[in-house]
Write a protein that binds this ligand. Structure first.
Ligand code: UDX
Length: 441
């Protein structure tokens, strides 16, 4: 199959590379000349484990190409994947500007019948709109079909997920088109679920909303656990053993961030509002998450009163480990509020510092190691559960900090381990440990 992919963000690039790896001829199109030049050399514009190796292998095998030219990219292709961004508009709905531009570019350049596959997350009804727009723009002798094929990739493991996903959803209203996309995907060896276009569009939103609900649910349970003296880790384990509930996505913490959950949950409440449905449950999920992102600040204020003049070390800045993505990371909310409170903020992240500098307040000081961030700090906030942080020798807190007081937003350490050290330790949904006697002067 000759395929082209429009947009080389996380979804587009990983999809293009993976499709070439299973044997298809793939051209990825992006308007950014410098980015395309780098990708031609096998250099990925995003940090994604395993991606560059696969890029290089498939470029060398003559299956993977990159271009800035729509004419070249859409010439003689059988299938076109749209994987451009659908960022959030101010009112919370999805911005379809890039999708529309992609459709116009496709219409202006295709030379034969094509199937357009939408990978981008789009509101229900968008694929039908895309089809109408295409039909109105392409010459009459060219036939276009549209298929919805949402992605479920997690950042940081998107290469793994592409080859080991739980399902591939193909939404089509045309049997022939569905079959072609099914054939393309067969080599992945992943169960394929075929449905109509609108249901496929909804599966994506409903899946993300459900996962976000699980997270907000366990975070609420965690907050109650703290008050009643239960342990959320045990509660999650005990709940998760019930197969109907499942053990995954029950990690309590400082809430969800990233490029999908915050955006897609808001977009789904908007989709519902458009048909006069008040999606109260999902609105509560979002509200709980907004509160949860700042929970460490509440804990620290409850403990210390004012945070003005305190030196606070932030450990981990990206929205989750193994990515340098700062989109909707809790560290943004936390650092802004700490600076506003008059605290001195020193931050460390293994790889996200460059991106963090673009979105955190300019007062934040960055360090090259955890040790440097902790030096003489009044307290530490753990915001991302990087392996480096989880594996840290707890003596470092004792040795480096002015007073070893740790607020762990990701439950990185077991309470029995922390008990061995003279540390004051506050985590999420678990009993605090007071092994260090803080002297107020
Ligand atoms: C998510 C979905 O998993 C993926 O299917 C979809 O296509 C895109 O959105 P991603 O945003 O990469 O993927 O990250 P994910 O690993 O799902 O984590 C999202 C956020 O939830 C992170 O901030 C993470 O810290 C948080 N999270 C996740 C929890 O707080 N607790 C959990 O139990 C799981």
């Amino acid at each position: 199959m000759k395929i082209s992919v429009v947009g080389t963000g996380y979804v587009g690039l990983v999809t293009g590379v993976a499709l070439s790896h299973i044997g298809h001829h793939v051209t990825c199109i992006d308007i950014d000349e410098t980015k395309v030049e780098k990708m031609r050399q096998g250099i990925s514009p995003i940090y994604e484990p395993g991606l560059e190796e696969l890029m290089k292998e498939n470029i060398q095998a003559g299956r993977l190409f990159f271009t800035t030219s729509h004419q070249e990219g859409f010439k003689d292709v059988d299938v076109i994947y749209i994987a451009v961004g659908t960022p959030e508009k101010e009112d919370g709905s999805a911005n379809l500007e890039y999708i529309e531009q992609a459709v116009r570019d496709i219409a202006a350049n295709i030379t034969k019948d094509v199937i357009v596959v939408t990978k981008s997350t789009v509101p229900v009804g968008t694929n039908h709109y895309i089809k109408e727009l295409l039909i109105s723009l392409v010459p009459k002798h060219i036939n276009v079909e549209v298929v919805s094929n949402p992605e479920f990739l997690r950042e940081g493991s998107s290469v793994y997920d592409t080859f080991h996903g739980d399902r591939i959803v193909i939404g089509a209203d045309n049997e022939e088109a569905a079959k072609v996309i099914e054939e393309i995907n067969k080599p992945f060896g992943i169960p394929i679920f075929k449905t109509d276009i609108k249901s496929a569009e909804m599966i994506k939103y409903a899946s993300n909303a459900f996962l976000a609900t699980k997270i907000s649910f366990i975070n609420e349970i965690a907050n109650i656990c703290e008050k009643v003296g239960a342990d959320v880790e045990s509660v999650a384990l005990g709940m998760g053993m019930d197969k109907r509930i499942g053990s995954m996505f029950l990690r309590a913490g400082i809430g969800y961030g990233g490029s999908c959950f915050p955006k897609d949950t808001k977009a789904l409440t908007k989709i519902a509002a458009n048909i006069d449905h008040n999606f109260e449950l999902l609105k509560a999920v979002i509200k709980v998450n907004n509160h949860q992102q700042r929970i460490l600040i509440d804990k620290a204020k409850e403990r210390f009163g004012s945070l003005a003049g305190k030196k606070i070390a932030l450990l981990g800045l990206s929205f989750k480990p193994n990515t340098d993505d700062m989109r909707e990371a809790a560290s943004i909310v936390v650092s802004k509020e700490l600076i506003a409170e008059g605290a001195e903020v020193v931050a460390y992240d293994p790889i996200a510092i460059e991106n963090a500098k673009k979105v955190l307040p300019q007062e934040v000081v960055y360090t090259e190691s955890i040790e440097d961030a902790l030096e003489n700090a009044d307290m530490a906030f753990i915001l991302t559960e990087w392996a480096q942080i989880k594996e840290l020798d707890l003596n470092i807190y004792v040795q480096k900090m002015k007073q070893p007081i740790v607020f762990d937003g990701r439950n990185c350490y077991s309470l029995s381990e922390v008990q061995k050290y003279p540390i004051e330790y506050h985590s999420i949904g678990r009993k605090p440990i007071y092994n260090y006697q803080f002297q107020t002067v």
